[in-house]
Design a protein around this ligand. Structure first.
Ligand code: SF4
Ligand code: SF4
Length: 660
């Protein structure tokens, strides 16, 4: 039992710590709330949100994508919950002698045994993670990290102190039910023969160590360090957006009260974007599959989030004092974030997919781009030509709008303006209309549709670019103008669904148009061809059995969750899909997304060449994809790598070939 002076000191320490924690918690909460209003409803679908948080926090769903780290981490996470009762008992003990939150019956005995076992498991988890961080030193983790060393010492120290405290009590004969403390009881034998005074000293010292380690850990959260993720992470996961990942937020360009569009300063981030920053654990998973990080460009998603977080915390007092508005504050693009990094993102969503804290990187980068384009008219030179072509010619290359259906000459493809109605409106897309490679895909698709007897039609010259890449480059104005025009055009005709061969068109028409009041049933051709085969309307005949390396388009796989359909089409077409080392949700981007298709890639290695090398490394003599951007980028990459012998084609071409 602590003496009266000890109790007084303990009370003062706890009260002092609690006051400081409360002050910091209020500061951090105010800082998050100081953000701009968020466009998403963050509390819809509560059950789905709760289930998802359970899977991510208790099940460590994303953390387990690195199984060994996941195993060590889950021991600590579960231990954290198990030890909550002990922590309460520990801090209440000096003031309420004999207090146990679980009483003194069987439940308390079971709990004591469980806690003892978990103390050992937590120590194992800490040792495993410490070994990885400080001995193996993976590149994704910040090095050196004194803070992590302290955290490991505090958690491991608290657990060791807990076990030794009980062991000393058992050795002193002060523990009413020593048998419940399965580990401490065994440790007590170490103390055999020790003087009673020494044992009392050990008990007091370990008791204090346990308490102080707990307080130090909480202090580390609120400084704050990256360990704030213990609190901010679950909240961030709970408030994750439910709109489709590929759908960008809609800007109100008509808002006359708006003084600025996009984000220029940190105080213009929304409160959720602020929370995102505080939730980052700095694990580096976001950059493991990031194409810009992997190819040595200025954008490293972890660094982006960490830099923004530190800037937010530095500016916090000024923001809360209202001084940011008066004094301006530092510009993000070109100041806190390298301008090149702002434009390097391909919006491939590898970062978002793998972040265990539910952090949304893309929106922040697009918000920075939006400000650059809409307010500063500052963007990479090559984007200018693409913007102008999309605006004036309705396609990024500037080809004549009247030539949009020229690819279909001689193919007897009906125009919906002639039919008025079709079951399937085939949205051909710009690449499918003008690009040679894309035209081959469109032609193959027509062959498939006719073979299956599908009632379809195209818009022809009435179709125009969705300007999705302009939107991702920050030109929301151009995108919204195109959107209004397209919705008006589509409204003139009757169709059951839209068929697309481009995942970017899929994402735009299916995921982004509902926010503009237009909801369509949109099907990507990978799934559409699969449906035709399943229903028996399409019967592939030719089978070569040759291997085909499969490249997953980011906008098909990570943005829309479609990974199996392209492989099924290839299998049905008699080919053997061969996956490169990184595929599916882990696939490497081709480098064209986020509007990068229209920009020069000068820094670091070329992304398309790195990906092309991965495809060639499968040993397959051919490659397949289901996106016109990917096909162009990877064909260039293969050629640049002197692997032009590996021909890349769209899955529709393989399917059409197999029809004979
Ligand atoms: S943003 Fe997410 S994945 Fe990246 S370092 Fe932070 S927590 Fe890890
Ligand atoms: S979206 Fe892709 S390119 Fe952009 S930061 Fe994330 S991983 Fe990197």
């Amino acid at each position: 039992m602590p003496t009266l002076p000890e109790k007084i000191v303990f009370a003062l320490v706890v009260l002092g710590a609690a006051a400081w924690f409360a002050r910091r918690a209020v500061f951090l909460t105010r800082l998050v709330r100081a953000g701009a209003p968020d466009p998403d409803t963050r509390i819809d679908r509560p059950l789905r949100r709760a289930a998802s948080v359970m899977a991510d926090v208790l099940g460590q769903r994303r953390v387990f994508r690195k199984p060994l780290v996941g195993a060590f981490h889950i021991l600590i996470v579960w231990g954290f919950f198990v030890f909550a009762v002990n922590t309460i008992n520990h801090f209440a003990g000096p003031f309420l002698p004999g207090f146990n939150l679980l009483g003194h019956g069987a439940l308390a005995r079971w709990y004591a045994a469980t806690a003892d076992v978990f103390a050992v498991l937590i120590i194992a988890g800490v040792l495993g993670l410490a070994f990885r961080r400080h001995v193996l030193r993976p590149a994704s983790l910040t090095r050196p990290s004194v803070e992590s060393a302290f955290v490991f010492a505090f958690i491991g120290g608290a657990m060791a102190a807990y076990l030794l405290d009980y062991a000393a009590h058992i050795a002193l004969g002060l523990e009413a039910d020593p048998g419940s403390h399965v580990v401490s009881a065994a440790l007590a034998s170490v103390f055999t023969g020790l003087d009673e005074t020494v044992l009392h000293l050990v008990a007091r010292a370990t008791w204090w160590l346990d308490a102080l380690a707990h307080l130090a850990l909480v202090a580390l959260l609120f400084i704050p360090t990256k360990h704030l993720h213990l609190l901010a992470g679950p909240v961030n996961l709970l408030l994750r957006r439910t709109r489709p990942r590929g759908a960008l937020s809609v800007m109100d360009l008509e808002d006359e009260a708006a003084e600025s569009f996009g984000v220029a300063k940190v105080q213009e981030f929304t409160w959720k974007q602020n929370l995102d920053l505080l939730a980052c654990i700095e694990c580096g998973r976001c950059q493991d599959f990031c194409p810009t990080h992997r190819t040595g460009k200025a954008l490293h998603p972890k660094q982006l989030i960490v830099d923004l977080k530190h800037h937010l915390l530095r500016e916090g007092p000024r923001i809360l004092a209202g001084k940011e508005a008066e004094e301006g504050g530092a510009a993000l693009a070109g100041g806190v974030v390298d301008t090149e990094a702002v434009w390097a993102c391909t919006t491939c969503a590898a970062c978002v997919e793998h972040c265990p804290m539910g952090i949304e990187h893309i929106d922040k980068l697009v918000d920075l781009r939006r400000h650059q384009v809409l307010m500063e008219a500052s963007f990479p030179e090559q984007a200018d030509g693409a913007f102008r072509n999309m605006e004036t010619a309705g396609n990024p290359w500037g080809f004549a709008p009247s030539a949009r259906a020229a690819w279909a000459d001689g193919l007897d493809v009906p125009l919906i303006s002639a039919k008025g109605r079709a079951e399937v409106l085939f949205w051909v897309g710009c690449a499918g209309s003008y690009d040679d490679r894309g035209k081959r895909t469109s032609t193959a698709m027509v062959k498939i549709l006719k073979a299956a007897g599908v009632d379809f039609a195209i818009l022809g010259p009435e179709e125009r670019c969705t300007c999705e890449s302009a939107r991702r480059l920050g030109n929301e104005y151009l995108y919204q103008s195109a959107t209004r025009e397209i919705i008006e055009t589509l409204g003139r005709y009757s169709f059951d669904r839209i068929l697309v061969t481009c995942p970017h068109c899929l994402n735009t028409l299916a995921n982004e148009y509902p926010a503009f009041g237009a909801t369509y049933r949109v099907t990507h051709h990978a799934e559409f061809i699969g449906e035709l085969i399943d229903s028996g309307k399409l019967t592939p005949k030719a089978r070569t059995g040759n291997a085909v390396a499969v490249h997953d388009s980011c906008y098909l796989a990570r943005h829309n969750g479609i990974t199996e359909a392209p492989r099924r089409v290839l299998e049905a077409a008699g080919r053997r899909p061969a996956d490169p080392a990184a595929s599916g949700l882990k696939g490497l981007c081709c480098g064209a997304g986020g509007g990068r298709m229209w920009l020069e890639e000068t820094a670091g290695e070329r992304i398309n060449r790195v990906r092309a090398a991965e495809l060639a490394a499968t040993g397959a003599g051919a490659a397949a994809t289901a996106c016109p951007f990917c096909a162009t980028m990877l064909a260039d990459g293969l050629k640049a790598n002197d692997r032009g012998d590996v021909e890349i084609r769209d899955i529709a071409e393989y399917a059409a070939d197999s029809l004979g």
